[in-house]
Design a protein around this ligand. Structure first.
Ligand code: ADP
Ligand code: MG
Length: 348
């Protein structure tokens, strides 16, 4: 089980968005002893900012590796996008209540793992939350509180138990008409894992795939030092509070400060409690540390729904998973194996 005991956090802070390895994006850092260099590229993929970092012998190799990662992330986007009407995911949604849809084994397996996480989190995480996006839109179009009736009707379509998988035929069937699945809470993590796996296969010894604060890092910097991940103030993203070393690890943050709506002076975040149909409350940000970004992504979202107490107790029961949660009063709560020095936290 990994430990984060010795990490030094310096400032008294409001956490957190994680951004990998500095805002040094256009620089190339070289190391004379090993010849290896760091190459970085920032671009928009899956509707989000991606920062790619790879270690390579030269610019040409670095470019080749980054192109591979980009192609892989683009491929995944096509598979899981709910916006692309031709994606397999859209086909599943279109055929809700009508017929099973045959999909690639990769998508089938992803859905199967998502259902496992739903079971693990007792329904806090649920890819079938997506029918709620007819009620809760975060594009500025929702001006008043949706009616209780509308929420009730919409939440009736939510429920991972009604996602039926047929392993023999490789089909997915959403039992209820109007049901929908979406990968907003797991897709970026999955893409980061897959891009990393592909680069490893191509012999890339070290790098970071950072999907807007959902990142997976492997190897070390050319000089043998660990990669450092910056913890920044969500109110001022240029301000780095602290650096944290990561080695072969995913770090994923979900926050309520980017996608939300204000109704009657209250903030409603984009993470919905699938059991009530209302946006979750009480958590400002949740950061998960574990081996893979897909699981970390799903768990960070789940913590919002579970709330602080249940969320941290839940993480404490999982081997190899740690968390830092910031609640609505800016209190920082950590799982058992995280010690933050110099700031007031509660460990449970
Ligand atoms: P971010 O990285 O944007 O902070 P998350 O990884 O937590 O966010 O994903 C939030 C997205 O997940 C929402 O925008 C929505 O698409 C989807 N979502 C919302 N509620 C749930 C839920 N309970 N289970 C699964 N997915 C959800
Ligand atoms: Mg998530």
């Amino acid at each position: 089980m990994f430990k984060l005991k010795n990490i030094l956090f310096s400032a008294a802070l409001f956490l957190l968005v994680i951004s990998a390895y500095a805002g040094r994006s256009n620089e190339t850092l070289s190391d004379t002893t090993s010849q290896l260099q760091v190459f970085q590229r920032t671009l928009k993929l899956m509707g989000s900012r991606f920062d790619l970092t790879v270690v390579a012998e030269n610019q040409a190799k670095g470019d080749e590796y980054m192109d591979l990662a980009i192609a892989e992330i683009t491929r995944i986007e096509r598979l899981i996008s709910s916006w692309d009407p031709n994606s397999q995911t859209s086909m599943i949604n279109k055929n809700a209540g009508v017929s099973p849809v045959k999909v690639d084994r990769e998508l089938f397996n992803l859905i199967e793992r998502a259902i496992k996480i739903s079971k693990l989190t007792q329904g806090a995480f649920d890819i079938s939350y997506a029918s709620m996006d007819r009620i809760w839109k975060f594009d500025g179009s929702v001006m008043e509180m949706p009616s209780e009736e509308a929420i009730k009707q919409s939440v009736a379509k939510v429920g991972y138990q009604n996602i039926l998988l047929d392993p023999e035929n490789g089909t997915v069937f959403l039992k209820k008409e109007g049901m929908k699945i979406g990968f907003g809470a797991i897709g970026k993590g999955y893409a980061a894992d897959m891009a990393k796996a592909l680069l490893l296969k191509h012999g890339v010894t070290s790098g970071i795939i950072n999907a807007s604060g959902d990142l997976n890092a492997w190897g070390t910097q050319p000089d043998g030092k660990d990669w450092m991940v910056a913890i920044v103030n969500p109110l001022n993203k240029n301000k780095v509070f602290s650096w944290l070393p990561v080695r072969d690890q995913a770090v994923v943050t979900s926050g309520n400060y980017e996608k939300f709506i204000i109704l009657n002076g209250e903030r409603y975040t984009h993470i919905i409690d699938p059991r009530t149909g209302y946006p979750s409350k009480g958590v400002r940000s949740a950061t998960i540390f574990t081996k893979n970004a897909e699981l970390a992504d799903a768990l960070a979202t789940s913590i919002f729904v579970m709330g602080v107490e249940t969320g941290v107790d839940f993480v404490n029961q999982l081997k190899g998973v740690e968390c830092i949660i910031v609640d609505d009063d800016n209190k920082i709560i950590t799982s058992e194996n995280i010690a933050l020095k110099g700031i007031e936290t509660q460990s449970k």
